[in-house]
Design a protein around this ligand. Sequence first.
Ligand SMILES: [Zn+2]
Length: 174
Amino acid sequence: MKKGEQQPSAQGPMEDCALCGENAATQHIRTQQFAYREGTNEVLLNADIPVIECAACGETYTAESAEEAQHDAVCRHLERLTPDEIRALRDRNGLTQARLAELTGIGIASIKRWEAGNVIQNAALDAALRALDAAHVKVTKPRPVPRFRTTFSQDTLRRARSFDLRFFPEEVAA
Ligand SMILES: [Zn+2]
């Protein structure tokens, strides 16, 4: 870049536009409102949606991850773990999907659907995941290392005595 030249205002590198093919598309985050149906009610939720704007053809369209952003917004509204949060919960407890299914009694197919963002877990199962996380983190906390102890067999003790080595009789199993 030449001295005094202005930084381009676009965020991030140029991408190929999916509509016109020109290398003139940039991704931006736009807060978008969308309607979420809750029983008979409709609530308006905000999601930070990645959108792609093309300087060549002037079109704006949502990026592939836009649906995930909406899904996350719904999870947050319902106070449920998002797909990423479920994956993170598994990772920090060192659990595979199969092991999590085993520990909670939840079907592995359900766990896969939640992590893929196809379905949102109900309140009870969401609570079960959080409870497992809390309990698991507690039991996997490092424990103090026990003091090293050795017990000697009577035979070793006898032989050692004949060499006049010092012994600690309280350590010896009768
Ligand atoms: Zn374009």
